[in-house]
Design a protein around this ligand. Sequence first.
Ligand code: GLU
Length: 291
Amino acid sequence: MVQDEPYLETAPPEFYRGRFAPSPTGPLHFGSLVSALGSYLDAKSLGGEWLVRIEDLDQDRNQPGADSEILRCLEGFGLWWDGEVVYQTHRQELYEFAFESLRQMGLVYPCGCTRSEAASTYSGRCRAGLGNGKKERSFRYKINESIVIFNDFIQGKISQDPAFGSGDFVVKRADGPFAYQLAVVVDDYHQGMTRIVRGVDLMESTPRQILLQRSLGYPQIQYAHLPIARNANGEKLSKQTRAPAVMPNPDTLLAALEFLGLESPPAEEKNITEIIKFSIQHFDVKRISKK
Ligand code: GLU
């Protein structure tokens, strides 16, 4: 991935709708709080709407009750969302429709490779058809472009080979579930998102998502990728790295603001509501550090 020069001036969308899209794999931790806060403040400081979508397609990773725990925690931190919370498992027909459109355009093909055969970068082995005796295991999007360029509000101008790290990527497993890349693009479009603010760990996915948007005839969305919080071993905070759950309190909220490099309110503004109000008024995306 090549990062060119700094932030290029791009006007924010006239109508702003953003979102926080947690996977319900566990409670909110400091890393996910940072993403929620960054996306909320960017939206609210520009008079926009901020929605919450629960990305629960990967049933094996869902943890029962984690969705409501996350939502209660967001409320506790004063991050109130607009509209109804959307669950991806309720939206299968939308994904099906988009998948069929891609298939009719010849942009997806069945793949018979196992996870280990596909390794981390898929070689495109099944592009020309399933080999002898291979059974359909997934459907992959056929990448025809060698470069995707987009302007990130925090990270600057990004040029990336969309195949980098993934090769032709899975949009659906043959036994049913749609993959994150397809579902996120379809939802962001149908929910009318205009700007996505999320962790920089997801920036590698953005060129693939832009290709899907282009193929499906959706307008391109603006992006801002936030720095991600790491533990003492330098690992991204996540369920896998046993990141502890956060509980709503002003100090944790102030720590998240500080992590993002944003202005802290004066010491007398001590409660969560005051901190959030101050932070909306003083939000400046340019203060947020890159990676
Ligand atoms: N559901 C993804 C996650 O929890 C976030 C997806 C996105 O923001 O595009 O990592």
